[in-house]
Ligand binder design. Sequence first.
Ligand code: IPE
Ligand code: IPE
Ligand code: MG
Length: 246
Amino acid sequence: MESQAHSIIEEPAGAPPRHVAIIMDGNGRWAKREGKIRAAGHRQGAEAVREAIEGALQNGVEYLTLYAFSSENWNRPEEEVRDLMGLLKLYLNREVKTMHKQNVRLRVIGRKDRLSSDIQQMITKAEEHTKDNTRLTLVIALSYGSRDEIIDAAKALAQEVEAGALKVDEIDEDRFTAFLSTKGLPDPDMIIRTSGEQRLSNFLLWQAAYSEFLFLDILWPDFTKETFAEAVSEYQGRDRRYGLRP
Ligand code: IPE
Ligand code: IPE
Ligand code: MG
């Protein structure tokens, strides 16, 4: 099967991004700056999530992926993990109704089986409840690690080969991406990271092959819908080449 080269379709210059992904970093430093405990930073970070959704809706973005908790974040002190999980529950309880009203579809990617069973249930319910919404797909990466995801895909392909359902030579980009948790989503056009750090921290390694990067010095809790609009303008000024022309 010939690759459809789905990630290499040229878009007209100046088009807004279809898919924006954000590494929401800097909650701890925000708390420190404000003389507060880290949990307060995470609480304020959850407010900024609302701003990001609003920004995506206002700018006609179709997919918004938010990195909320990495596979490595499980190694943080127990108390912080507990605070973050508590906040997640609070957020899901409070926001799913609003999301639904805004015609937003929720999808969670990551190792869900590591989450508590009540959180897993809340996620399943929210995904089901919002599954027919069409204005924006909000993808939350939770307990997510891109290397985990790639290894899982490799295993699934190997199993198909072992079962005789697939030949090694038939493995191509389309077959591979069909086993990633982001199946069906376009690759992110732009990846934003706040807090001044300039790294991916195990986020969308495969999917970021041709993403535009935007590193912002602001801390995540200070992110607003205006920040989102500015990021979209910055993106519209970028020249994406995909290796096709000098
Ligand atoms: C991002 O803020 C939130 C998560 C990673 C869960 P941090 O908690 O990493 O904040 P900093 O990087 O310590 O400032
Ligand atoms: C990346 O932030 C993960 C999330 C924002 C959820 P981290 O704060 O965990 O990343 P590092 O440790 O600075 O690379
Ligand atoms: Mg951090």
